[in-house]
Design a protein around this ligand. Sequence first.
Ligand code: HEC
Length: 100
Amino acid sequence: MSPEMIAMLAIMTTNPLVDYQNSATYTKDIKPLFAKHCTMCHNKNVMPWADWTDYDKIFIARFKIRSRIWTQRNMPPGGGSITDKERDAIKEWIDKGAKK
Ligand code: HEC
């Protein structure tokens, strides 16, 4: 393997942005974002009709979620502490099939 090839592989495996775009999964990458920014409100006690603590429910609602966090940007209410990069990561995950 050439040194260039090794350098490229090193970049691909250590760059978190590349990781999000190519192989983000709910369990590894997205669940922590929901835990940090959504599930204090969106859980089965507070909002049982919009419980984002569960992969299957998130999967079913993913286009609604995409619209609120990325297109309309009105979730979390008032903006919360979510960053643009985190919004992009959730959007990309949904666009790439919302893998578990
Ligand atoms: C401070 C509490 C709070 C936080 C944090 C919050 N939400 Fe919400 N969310 C609400 C409330 C209240 C509603 C219902 C009112 C409305 O539709 O705007 C709602 C509605 C929604 C809906 C529409 C649900 C439906 O069935 O129509 C989606 C999708 C959503 N939120 C996604 C999210 C996502 C994703 C996050 C995290 C990035 C998040 N919300 C963070 C309080 C919150």
